[in-house]
Design a protein around this ligand. Sequence first.
Ligand code: DGL
Length: 274
Amino acid sequence: MKQAGPIAVFDSGYGGLTVLDKIRHHLPQYDYIYLGDNARTPYGTRSFEVVYEYTLEAVKKLFDMGAHLVILACNTASAKALRNIQQKDLPLIDPERRVLGVIRPSIEMVDQLSKSKHVGVLGTVGTVQSESYPIEINKLFPEVVVTQEACPMWVPLVENNEFKKEGADYFVDQHIKRILTKDSLIDTLILGCTHYPLLMDKIRKHLPDAINVVEQGDIVGESLKDYLMRHPEMEKKCSKGGTVHFYTTEQTKKFKQTAGIFFEGELNVEHVVL
Ligand code: DGL
């Protein structure tokens, strides 16, 4: 058997740290590497081809670093690159390695959560335009009505550490109002972007209490735990030392400063070129 390696978590930038944090909470025993493509973020406004190319480069790098399992924490990458990578690239690169995304686990519970069967999805422009959420939800639950809203200002608010300030209320309120105007029967709202949990206080402030909010971190953590139980051959290939190492395509100093918004504790960061 090949040498065991860390579980890799990939994001276009810092947002995936919210997912990594929750994954480690559910599965603290494993080693992890996190790669943020901070030099090329945001992915949310880029074309399908570019997001695919960048994501594939990152996946290959993480495989070279020893990971057998890569989690695309980024919704935009999951929406635009995952299927191609799974179907076209993995069989050529190494059919025994796996790349998993965050969209599928995030939608599996919507049928149980939503009584009205009207679900809203908030995401980047790229995620919304890909239609991945409505397609995946309707594959499992054809009766669910899905309404989407792109929130292009929300990622910059978080990346620029403005998300707790008053100015953020305007943009949060604007998109919440818009999606509820598009469909007033929505009773469940999926935060389909890694950055949005950081805006949770503001989202809850502007959203009627009766509406459920689906946050991905815990769901992805639980789903990964379940995946590893169902795939003992992969579980054996995930090393267990409880460590975490961070890699960024940006300068490490900048990464450390901004990652502090998302992740508590000392960060061990190295620069990589993709
Ligand atoms: N990480 C991305 C996502 O979850 C948002 C940031 C970006 O646009 O790169 O969709």
